[in-house]
Design a protein around this ligand. Structure first.
Ligand code: NAP
Length: 247
């Protein structure tokens, strides 16, 4: 479904981003991906994907929250791959705590990594997409960006911001054939959610109509659709992949 295309996926050394990279590679897509610190994991992943699927794949250590690093990254990737068709702003972190205890640093870290990063990378690739007269941007938000969540004021605000950003970019760039959609996962089994207390995890899964946490593949399949030509008339949308948690 993505033969001959190239995608940049931020934060793909593990979790959802890694799942997206695997499914995209399986569908013929060349993969550029970033990570914050997982150098060994990223190298092993490059090897695994190129030997299994024969696509071009390269990992870049780059802080998505840093504007200048994002500009330099875009130049490097375009030089390495020739072009980029799909941008997935997936890198994200949590710094959960109640508002009473939340520090300015915890607020800033989450907003910069989860939300400013989408500005950084979209800005960095914009002229490239305009020149190509095409592009699919997928922003990883969350159901808590719609619902809110106690203990996640910083995270929920960053994810709600991502939805407003997505709609604005879709309106601004639709006439140039650049699409922008948001994917809102619910409770997905990754290191991010494994860090939660077992009772909290059970509390979440009990409320999900499909009675299980999702997998990175569940999210990746939706991204595959949004990146592919099956969705050429879909833009500005926020689509949940949450087992029915959000209706
Ligand atoms: P994860 O397992 O913690 O993986 C996070 C990934 O982001 C890693 O590859 C990490 O790299 C990278 N990363 C972190 N900070 C970065 C930075 N500043 N620059 C570049 N890369 C950075 O998280 P996940 O569960 O897969 O979540 C992926 C996305 O989905 C996030 O945006 C998250 O908010 C969203 N989401 C997740 C869930 C869920 O239930 N898991 C639900 C809704 C939304 P290193 O390995 O180097 O640290």
């Amino acid at each position: 479904m993505l033969q001959g295309k190239t995608a940049l996926i931020t934060g793909a050394s593990r979790g959802i981003g890694k799942g997206i990279a695997e499914i995209f590679a399986k569908n013929g897509c060349n993969i550029a991906f970033t990570y914050a610190s997982s150098v060994e994991k990223a190298k092993a992943f490059e090897q695994e994907i190129s030997s299994q699927y024969g696509v071009k794949i390269k990992g870049y250590q780059s802080d998505a929250a840093n504007f200048n690093q994002s500009l330099a990254l875009a130049d490097e990737i375009i030089a390495d791959f020739g072009k980029v068709d799909i941008l997935i702003n997936n890198a994200g972190i949590t710094r959960d705590t109640l508002m009473l205890r939340m520090t300015e640093e915890q607020w800033d870290d989450v907003i910069n990594t989860n939300l400013k990063s989408a500005f950084n990378l979209t800005k960095a690739f914009l002229k490239h997409f305009l020149g190509n007269k095409a592009g699919s941007i997928i922003n990883m938000t969350s159901v808590v960006g719609v619902m809110g969540n106690a203990g996640q004021a910083n995270y929920s605000a960053s994810k709600a911001g991502m939805i407003g950003f997505t709609k604005s970019i879709a309106k601004e760039l639709g006439s140039r054939n650049i699409r922008c959609n948001a994917v809102a996962p619910g409770f997905i089994e990754t290191e991010m959610t494994h860090a939660l207390d077992e009772n909290v995890r059970k509390g979440w899964t009990d409320t999900i109509p499909l009675k299980r946490g999702g997998t990175p593949d569940d999210v990746a399949n939706l991204c595959l659709f949004l990146a592919s030509d099956l969705s050429t008339y879909i833009t500005g949308q926020t689509i949940s992949v949450c087992g029915g948690m959000l209706m």
